[in-house]
Design a binder for this molecule. Structure first.
Ligand code: C5P
Length: 402
């Protein structure tokens, strides 16, 4: 079942430039199974047409409190009762002020008073307007009335300013919506996840690393957050953004990752080693950039073994439920089961990285998950989907064990 299946979302759109992103938002919410009905303010219609939103939502767009046709059936009350969530994105400073004052002089502000559904606002405005004392006072007022705030984000603004006031990206709003509706089965749990590659320095400008993108570990972090866990993500250098709700610890080398993992694992209920950790590091890192020598056609770098992070976590006295990954190119099951035993793991997720379009650096993956007495296939899908299924499987197994 999709996470937003049968959820009724009223999307209020107000008059900000970020309104141009809302058709994509509607589509993405619908992709997750939501029913979406759109309400637009007069200002919103200056930025985007009701026809566009009608087409993507597959529902009539409401924009008037005084629409005789809609009000024949008490349209605004019907809409207020229909909603499981009233999401307003973008939300202008003007609409925030209206909510703070409790006005009801258009359809959207009336709905806010008439609905028993939770209300979420995603502010979008110029950074100076966001920091204005009046806006901040209004934000405090609506927050005290249990209206939830998502964002705003910082960055470049349509007007050229840089600062706080951008509407959250559509991806973030969608994942927050999924999180909002998800069953919080992992509440009170602390999941620690390693992700990405490590970098083993050779000298101040060179290092040994690998092609790990971090996507699988980051997707697991998001899925665990969605299920209500507190998540610590210990990440090597990657080019993707971590979910905003997790505790992110950036590291470079395997030794740094080991140090952080051992510290965080003390309070973890589940530990997932998704990182592609370098097995060896340079024994003596040169303090200065190594120069090529005339007449020298080869050079040797001596490597020493790195600590095995997941194996060390699995030796802790109060060991969390410990999950490893095995990226293999042959005899996947045999190698994976060997690692499960040798590293004292509770579970191992094996993937065949020799297959095109899955695993390393790809957006898709297929894994087979082993415990000492069970085997479970998760078929080729996006890493987000695979992560969701893996989190559910870990949850079931960890519960049985505890
Ligand atoms: O032994 P191998 O590197 O194939 O094992 C893979 C699993 O062990 C992965 O879960 C990886 O994150 C973890 N690992 C680790 N520390 C290392 C090497 C691997 O945590 N030094």
């Amino acid at each position: 079942m999709q996470i937003l299946q049968d959820k009724n979302i009223v999307l209020g759109i107000t008059g900000g430039i970020a309104a141009y992103k809302t058709p994509e938002l509607v589509r993405r919410l619908k992709d997750h199974g939501a029913n979406v009905r759109v309400v637009m303010t007069e200002g919103a219609k200056a930025f985007i047409t009701p026809l566009t939103l009608q087409a993507v939502s597959a529902n009539a767009v409401s924009d008037s409190l005084l629409d005789p046709q809609a009000e024949l059936a008490m349209g605004h009350i019907e809409l207020a009762k229909w909603a499981d969530l009233l999401l307003i994105a973008p939300t202008t400073a003007d609409v925030i002020a209206k909510l703070a004052a409790g006005l009801a002089n258009d359809l959207l502000s009336t709905l806010c008073l008439a609905t028993a559904a939770p209300i979420v606002v995603c502010p979008a405005m110029n950074q100076q307007m966001w920091h204005a004392k009046a806006t901040q006072a209004n934000i405090n007022t609506i927050a005290a009335r249990d209206i939830t705030l998502w964002g705003p984000a910082e960055g470049e603004q349509a007007c050229g300013d840089i600062g706080k006031g951008r509407m959250l990206e559509v991806d973030d709003i969608v994942s927050k919506t999924c999180e909002f509706f998800s069953v919080k089965s992992l509440a009170n749990q602390h999941w620690v996840i390693t992700a990405g590659p490590t970098r083993e320095a050779i000298d101040p400008v060179r290092y040994i690393s690998n092609h790990s993108s971090g996507k699988m570990g980051y997707a697991i972090a998001q899925a665990a957050l969605n299920a209500g866990a507190k998540v610590t993500l210990i990440s090597g250098p990657v080019g993707i953004t971590a979910p905003s709700a997790c505790q992110l610890i950036n590291v470079e080398s395997a030794v740094q990752m080991h140090q952080q993992a051992m510290k965080m694992a003390e309070s973890a209920t589940v530990f997932i080693a998704c990182a592609a950790v370098a097995d060896y590091r340079v024994e003596n890192i040169a303090e200065q950039k190594i120069k090529k020598q005339a007449g020298q056609d080869s050079m040797k770098i001596n490597l020493v073994k790195n600590p095995d992070i997941v194996a060390d976590v699995a030796q802790l006295a109060n060991k969390p439920f410990t999950v490893g990954f095995a990226a293999e190119t042959q005899d996947v099951e045999q190698y994976a089961l060997g690692k499960l035993r040798n590293k004292n793991l509770d579970m191992i997720a094996a993937n065949d990285v020799s297959k095109a379009g899955q695993g390393f650096n790809s957006s898709d993956n297929a894994i087979t998950v082993f415990t000492a007495d069970d085997k479970h296939d998760i078929a080729l899908a996006s890493k987000h989907e695979v992560a969701k299924q893996l989190v559910a499987f870990i949850e079931a197994k960890a519960e049985l064990k505890s």
